[in-house]
Write a protein that binds this ligand. Sequence first.
Ligand SMILES: [Zn+2]
Length: 69
Amino acid sequence: MSRETCTRCLVGYDPRLTGQRCPVCDAPAPGAPTDASPRRDRLMTIVVVAAALNVTLLLAVAVAVARAA
Ligand SMILES: [Zn+2]
C-alpha cells in the first residue's frame, strides 16, 4: 500500500484511491502524473478514502498493540 503525504495540507492518503489527488485540498499527489485518471465522482472518492483511512488506523492500532505486547 503506497501512502503519500500532501505537500499542501500534510494529510496522508493513498493516491491510487483518490485519482492521484489530495482528498482534502485537491492538490496533485507528489510525483504523480497530473491527470493520469479521469475525475471520479467526488462523493464516492470521499467515501473510499474514509474507508481506507479507517482500515489504516485500525491496522496501525493493531500493530502498536502487537508491538507493546
Ligand atoms: Zn492536501
